[in-house]
Design a protein around this ligand. Structure first.
Ligand SMILES: Nc1nc2c(ncn2[C@@H]2O[C@H](COP(=O)(O)OP(=O)(O)OP(=O)(O)O)[C@@H](O)[C@H]2O)c(=O)[nH]1
Ligand SMILES: [Mg+2]
Length: 310
C-alpha cells in the first residue's frame, strides 16, 4: 500500500530545484538547464494539484443523486438531499478532517465557500457542483472550469436520463477529450435490478458513439430504500485506484528528478579537474546543489513507495 506523500515534501523538492536552477545557470549546458526547468514546471503543476489527495468533482443532471452519493461516500449527511429540484444551488466541498488546513485554500480558490470536514474521509476531497437548474451547456462550463484542477469528475446518471440526448450532445460529447478524467456512475440501479446490465451496455455504446474510447462505468445505489442497501463499493474502488495512479505519477516525477540530478552531478564532476578559479568554484557550488536535489527527490520517491523505489 502506497504511503501518502506530504505536500511539504513536494514544496521542499521544488525549493531545492529552484536553488539548483539558480546555481547551475551558466555552469551547465543551456539544453540541460532547460530540461531541469521543464522538470520544475511539471513539479509546480503537481504541487498545485495537492498530491496526497484525490480531488473529485461530482457532476450530473438534477435529481440524479449527486448529493445522496456524496453523503453515502462520506458516511454522513454533508449535503442536502431533496425531492424538489434543484436541491443543491451552491457548491460544497467535503474534505478530510486531518487535511482541512492544507486543502482549504485550494478549495476556496475554486470558488467554493461551504467546506464540510468529514472524519471518515481519508485522502479524497469531494466537490458537489451546483446544477443551477440550468442547461447542460451551463453545467458543462462549470465542469470545464474545474477540470484543470480536479483529478476526476464523477458524472452521475440515473436510469431515466442516462440516454438523454441533451446530456450527450451538450455535455458529454464536447468534453470527450477529458475522457480519462471521467468516471460515469449509473446511480439508482436498485430501480432497474432486472435490466441493469443492459442499461450499462447501452450507456457504454452511447459513450463510444460520443467519442469516449474506453469509458469507466460503475453502478451505485446512493440512497437506501425499503428492501435495498446502499452500494458504493465499485465507485470507491475506482477512486482508490486513481489515487494510487496519482501517487505513482508523482513518484515517477521524483525519480526523474533524482536521475537528472545524478546525471548533472556526474557531468560536472568529470570536468571539475580541468577547471580553475571562479569556474571551479561555480562548478563546486552547482555540484553541491545537485547532490541536495538528488537526496530531496529520493526522499519524496521513497515516501510515496514506502522505500521500494529504484
Ligand atoms: N431509489 C433510489 N433513489 C435515489 C438514489 N439516489 C438518490 N435517490 C433519490 O433521488 C432524489 C434526488 O437525490 P439528490 O441526491 O438530491 O440528487 P441531486 O443530484 O443532488 O439533485 P440536485 O441537487 O437537485 O441537483 C432523492 O429523493 C434521493 O433520495 C438511489 O440510488 N436509489
Ligand atoms: Mg444535490
Amino acid at each position: 500500500m502506497a504511503r501518502t506523500c506530504q505536500i511539504a515534501d513536494l514544496h521542499t523538492l521544488g525549493d531545492t530545484l529552484d536553488v539548483c536552477l539558480a546555481r547551475s545557470e551558466g555552469v551547465i549546458q543551456p539544453d540541460a538547464w532547460n530540461e531541469i526547468a521543464a522538470l520544475r514546471g511539471r513539479l509546480r503543476r503537481r504541487t498545485g494539484f495537492l498530491d496526497e489527495v484525490l480531488v473529485v468533482a461530482l457532476a450530473g443532471g438534477t435529481g440524479s443523486g449527486k448529493s445522496s452519493l456524496l453523503n453515502a461516500l462520506c458516511g454522513t449527511q454533508v449535503a442536502t438531499v431533496g425531492i424538489e429540484r434543484p436541491t443543491t444551488s451552491t457548491s460544497l466541498a467535503a474534505v478530510p478532517k486531518n487535511l482541512e488546513g492544507d486543502v482549504r485554500g485550494f478549495v476556496q480558490a475554486l470558488g467554493i465557500e461551504t467546506i464540510v470536514t468529514v472524519e471518515s474521509l481519508e485522502r479524497i476531497v469531494f466537490v458537489d457542483l451546483p446544477d443551477f437548474d440550468s442547461t447542460f451547456t451551463d453545467h458543462r462550463l462549470i465542469v470545464e472550469s474545474v477540470l484543470s484542477v480536479v483529478d476526476a469528475v464523477v458524472w452521475v446518471l440515473d436510469p431515466e436520463k442516462y440516454a438523454d440526448r441533451l446530456v450527450h450532445e451538450s455535455f458529454l460529447t464536447p468534453l470527450k477529450r477529458y475522457g480519462d478524467q471521467m468516471i460515469f456512475v449509473l446511480n439508482q440501479v436498485d430501480r432497474i435490478a432486472d435490466y441493469e446490465v443492459d442499461v450499462v451496455e447501452s450507456l457504454r455504446a452511447q459513450l463510444h458513439a460520443n467519442g469516449y474510447q474506453d469509458p469507466q462505468i460503475v453502478t451505485t445505489v446512493a440512497a437506501a430504500n425499503e428492501g435495498t442497501d446502499l452500494s458504493t463499493e465499485a465507485l470507491e474502488s475506482a477512486l482508490a485506484s486513481r489515487l494510487d495512479l496519482k501517487h505513482s505519477a508523482v513518484a515517477k516525477l521524483a525519480v526523474d528528478v533524482k536521475i537528472e540530478a545524478n546525471r548533472r552531478w556526474h557531468e560536472l564532476d568529470v570536468e571539475f579537474v580541468n577547471l580553475e578559479g571562479q569556474e571551479r568554484i561555480d562548478s563546486a557550488v552547482a555540484m553541491a546543489s545537485f547532490v541536495s536535489l538528488g537526496v530531496a527527490a529520493y526522499e519524496v520517491a521513497a515516501s510515496i513507495s514506502g522505500g521500494n523505489q529504484p
